[in-house]
Design a protein around this ligand. Sequence first.
Ligand code: ADP
Length: 793
Amino acid sequence: MDSNSSDSRAFRSPDTNLPEKNQQENNLIDHLPVAIYTTDTLGNVTSYNKALVRLLRITPLIGQALWSNPLKIFTPQGNPASFEESPMGRALKQAIAIEGEQIFIQLPNGSKIKVEIHIAPTLNHAGEFTGAVTTLIDVTGQSNSEEQEARLAAIVNTSDDTIISKTLGGIITSWNTAAQHLFGYTKEEVIGKHISILIPRDRLQEEDHIISQIASGNKVDHFETIRLAKDGTEIPISLSVSPMMDSSGRIIGASKIARDISDKIRTDEKTAMLAAIIATSDDTILSKSLNGIIKSWNKSAERMFGYTEQEIIGRHISAIIPPSRIKEEEYIIGEIAQGKQVEHFETVRVTKSGTEITLSISVSPVKDSNGKIIGASKIARDISVQKLAEETSKRYTDRLEIINLMVKTISEELDLNKILQKVTDLTTQITGAQFGAFFYNTVDISGESYMLYTLSGAPREAFEKFGIPRNTAVFHTTFSGKGTVRVDDITKDPRYGQSAPHFGMPEGHLPVVSYLAVPVVSRSGEVIGGLFFGHPEPGKFTAEHETIIAPIAAQAAIGLDNAKLYEEVKALNEKKDEFIGLASHELKTPLTSITGYLQILNRMSADEKISRFVSKTLHQVKKLNTLVSDLLDVSKIEAGKLQLLNEKFDARLVLDDAIELVQQSYNTHQIILNTNVSHIIVNGDPNRIEQVIINLLTNAIKYSPEADKVEVVLSHTHHEVTIGVTDYGIGIDPEKFSQLFSRFYRVEESNPNISGLGIGLYISNEIVSRHKGKLWVESKLDKGSTFWFSIPL
Ligand code: ADP
């Protein structure tokens, strides 16, 4: 197989005795670069040259067939072929020449080469066919570059990019499938046409520019422009144009790759639009990576936090988070990493200058095109103003509530102490004072101290231990009614610390620095006292506090005035009751002796006339006695000293007695009892119950002067016994019902001529109530009334 064996295997013919000239020819052929061999008509090798050995990598044997193992023949399509089918076989069989047919040959090492075959038949002198000369030209390399070309053409054709070539004169020379799709022209329609069919009129000068670039050997890269499709549609494209050169390097045209950028333009526009929205948004918008690095920052963010985009991008988000709130960031990032949103999260952030601002932030995950979370976008809104408004409104509402409560207390409460305590407590609360107090405007015997009345926020001992506030310059302003005193730091006030012995706040006294004092002035202009507030820190009280407290103090003054009046009235009332009690007691004694003497006189006298007068006098004295007894009862009730017996008695019996007694005194009316109750045992005071019945019967007769009867009913259930007294008299306006049982109340207009004190029903009601029963009335004006009472069994 050694192709370099230069010896006898050199090109040779079987005839070794050739003349010199032939020897030279043989040499020449042996050194030809092209592989040649000769055969006889059967295909047996008669001669060959070195180039054949080099090409086929075998040394042929003279007189034997060449095309046998290990060489194998294939058709240009790559199918195995027999010797007979091969150009060599056919040439011999048919004694013909073959020009330039190609075959593949598989060499002993397994590799394949492509050869071009040229066969010339050889003839002897007689013109007979003796064999053939076969030349093999290796075209393996050539065919590769053709294939490459074909492959390239295929690539160009199947490329998604539009690829066009044109001459320097602008004539289209190639046009791929993508070009057809993009522009709508087929290859046939455009090849040979000028490129300007694709260029909008107003852009024709672009082509000159491109061509001039190409002509000077430059590329034009990513040139964004507009081209026209066959149907006239304008297509935004990005062009890349390169010069095309011939083998000598001369520029002969241009190849052009065009890419449709409509989508890109749409996305770009969208991105630009979004960017503009974000940039100009009034909301602060920023984004950050999942590890907290700030990635974007709009103008609003710049305004809100004071950092410019350049300053902050790339920094950690903690730059704007107060240290105490760093934990929040962990929470937010945790939520974001899970793909959740954080909405309207109210928090505090810090600006470049260190100011804290209250924000509402909404954070959303930012995802890449694959949906992976890569960061967070954050919209922040400054809600400081809103918060302030909310707080202010809440403060006002709270105050309003406090004031309402106070006004209610002042108007409902008549107890001086309670009013003062409430006013002190609530005003202390409103002012945010740590200590509040009300001092009465009285000076003690030594002319020094103001009497402490109420205190809020500090224990009473705190004051008492160190002596009550003194008649010093500071307090004097308030008690002399010179208006409100508000001092941010009382210890620096010129009026402060002027008085002996303490010269300032006694040591250990409530540490008052902020000071507010509001005089409480009565309607008459008298300074009743003052409300004093203190706080250990300076500047705690504002003008607003002053304006709130002033009307409260005025209101409190009214309340105090009223309470004072009430107390005076109450004291007078007590005096009156005391007097009634005393007077009736004093009257009782002489009445008793008068009654006694009259009875004796009545018995002693035989004179019928005298006897009649004495009887009448006795009757009047009895009435007087009842009146005095009633008055005494009233004073006992008022003093809580009305005593009742508690024993079992028969109510029917008591009723009968009462009816009999009243009937004896009055013969104008007949008292009729309607009942089927013969005995009913009740617990209580039989005398007092009898007193109630007598009262009701007497009233019934008294207030029905036109009538002649009074009806009484008695009934009972398991729970109670009820007695009713009905008259057919003047009746009572139902509007007056509620007042009937009050002390000294009389329906004057309806009974101007009927005497009475207005205490009978009051006493009766008290007695029934003390028996846990109730007394009530049913009545119609001019028709009559029924008074009922029931007592539980
Ligand atoms: P007095 O009869 O001494 O005035 P009372 O306390 O017994 O006092 O009664 C209070 C008022 O109730 C009376 O003044 C009268 O106006 C009214 N009154 C009481 N009983 C009757 C009645 N049976 N009919 C009409 N009015 C009555």
